[in-house]
Write a new protein. Structure first.
Length: 459
């Protein structure tokens, strides 16, 4: 399946040999024999351009001992004997304490991860990291082939229904086939991919890295993002390690694995996190809070994972910018986690919903609209041009008392900003959950509890 390219206010409700050549010697210029000297010799760098080095402390040299003939030999012999006795005593002491038996501390490995409390940027040899990531995550990446158009009975009187005819068309339209990628997130045959990879397909074939193929079915489609879940009848599969996309740092090493062009299965590319919190508009939808990366993502990579240097999945590749080089986008894995849990529990895929139309606030919006804060979600103060109200009638937001013009600045302890937009934060909850919204209204901060509803599929 081909990746899709990338404002109105956010609407929660959307390779001869070659002859050798030696140049003839050139005569030395006249000035080389004339003793010509640059009239302005290079001046040394002034002393004050450097930091003053600390002055070494000079120890006074003691006067040499007076010669005393045979006496000197006696003194040297005594000194030598004392040194031998002292070293022997030291050896005995070390043996007695067992210090000589202790193994030497191992040298630090250049490939070792350098971490501290919490998830910190990883310092690791890049080549080794990519090799390790490919070995660890590769078996969990699959190729998904989709077909549309069911087979029909052969009619010898109708060439279009002859399977040997290159234009065999059983249903009045040439059957189409698409290829994308997917990620095994549970060993019991659960696969995460893109909605646009599988949407509208009549047949799915899932191929593992070792070439084993399974017939698959679409378990569910996400109503909020370009995600879908596929199920195959298999157990004991290699599942990927799921990471934490909220802890990503710009500049961090990432690796993408997928089936570019639908042919080169399990292709590995690498790059960095170029940015986070990106918003793009695809052919038919708007996607928020995406990870931007320069790891090569091509048609066929859709649905494959974006991984960090430990091999943990931090995103699902979903789109590339048209007419660009090195601009790809991935859906943060944290947004997919609720769907994955719902599927494993046998529940229908559902997204939470409060029912408001809003504008993400940044410094420019705050300045233009004279808002008191420069981050948050500004509930539209009036209906749109079509008369659609800012707050959907009968929605959880209306029931909780949210009003047009309110500014939602946080959900629980999570602040709403450009990297944590309202929909993305809500998506980490489930329908039926009760959340506390911190709202600015008329200069006052209010806490409003909202019981989340289920996002309609047609939004």
């Amino acid at each position: 399946m081909t990746d899709r390219p990338v404002f109105d206010p956010n609407d929660e409700t959307h390779p001869h040999d070659v002859a050798s050549f030696s140049p003839p010697p050139e005569p030395r210029p006249d000035w080389s024999a004339s003793g010509w000297i640059d009239p302005e010799p290079v001046r040394p760098t002034p002393e004050h351009w450097f930091e003053t080095a600390p002055t070494a402390r000079v120890q006074p040299t003691p006067p040499p001992p007076a010669r005393s003939g045979a006496g000197t030999g006696v003194v040297l012999s005594a000194a030598l004997l004392a040194a031998v006795l002292a070293s022997g005593g030291t050896l005995v002491a070390l043996n007695a304490t067992g210090a000589l038996d202790r193994p030497a501390a191992p040298a630090a490995s250049s490939n070792a991860l350098s971490t501290s409390a919490g998830r910190q940027p990883i310092t690791i040899d890049e080549s080794s990291a990519i090799i390790n990531v490919a070995a660890k995550a590769g078996p969990a990446v699959v190729r998904i082939t989709t077909e549309t158009g069911a087979a029909a009975t052969v009619d010898p009187n109708n060439p279009s229904l002859d399977p040997n005819n290159p234009f065999f068309d059983p249903n009045g339209a040439i059957p189409s086939e698409g290829v994308g990628s997917g990620l095994i997130f549970d060993s019991n045959g659960w696969i995460l991919t893109n909605r646009h990879v599988v949407s509208g397909s009549d047949k799915l074939t899932v191929e593992l890295k070792d070439g084993t193929q399974y017939s698959g079915s679409v378990y569910g489609i996400d109503t909020l993002t370009d995600l879908a879940i596929v199920k195959i009848d298999a157990t004991g599969l290699t599942a990927a390690t799921i990471g934490d996309s909220d802890a990503l740092k710009v500049g961090e090493l990432v690796v993408a694995i997928g089936s570019p062009l639908g042919t080169f299965s399990n292709t590995v590319t690498s790059g960095i996190v170029s940015a986070t919190g990106r918003q793009i508009t695809t052919d038919n939808s708007q996607l928020d809070n995406l990870i931007q990366t320069d790891a090569a993502i091509n048609p066929g990579n859709s649905g494959g994972p974006l991984l960090d240097a430990t091999g943990a999945v931090i995103g699902i590749n979903t789109a590339i910018a048209r007419d660009s080089t090195g601009i790809g986008f991935s859906i943060p894995i944290n947004i997919a986690k609720p769907l994955m849990e719902q599927a494993k529990a046998g529940k229908e895929l559902a997204r939470p919903y409060i029912g408001v139309r809003y504008t993400p606030i940044d410094k420019q919006v705050a300045k233009t609209e004279s808002l008191p804060v420069d981050q948050g979600a500004w509930v539209s103060p009036k209906a749109d041009s079509s008369g659609k109200p800012a707050i959907t009638p009968g929605s959880p937001a209306e029931a909780a008392g949210i009003k047009p013009g309110d500014i939602i600045v946080a959900i629980g302890d999570t602040k709403i900003d450009t990297e944590h937009p309202l929909n993305a934060v809500l998506a980490q909850n489930a329908p039926g959950d009760k959340v506390d919204l911190k709202v600015l209204r008329d200069g006052k901060t209010l806490t409003i509890s909202v019981t989340l509803g289920t996002r309609p599929a047609n939004l």
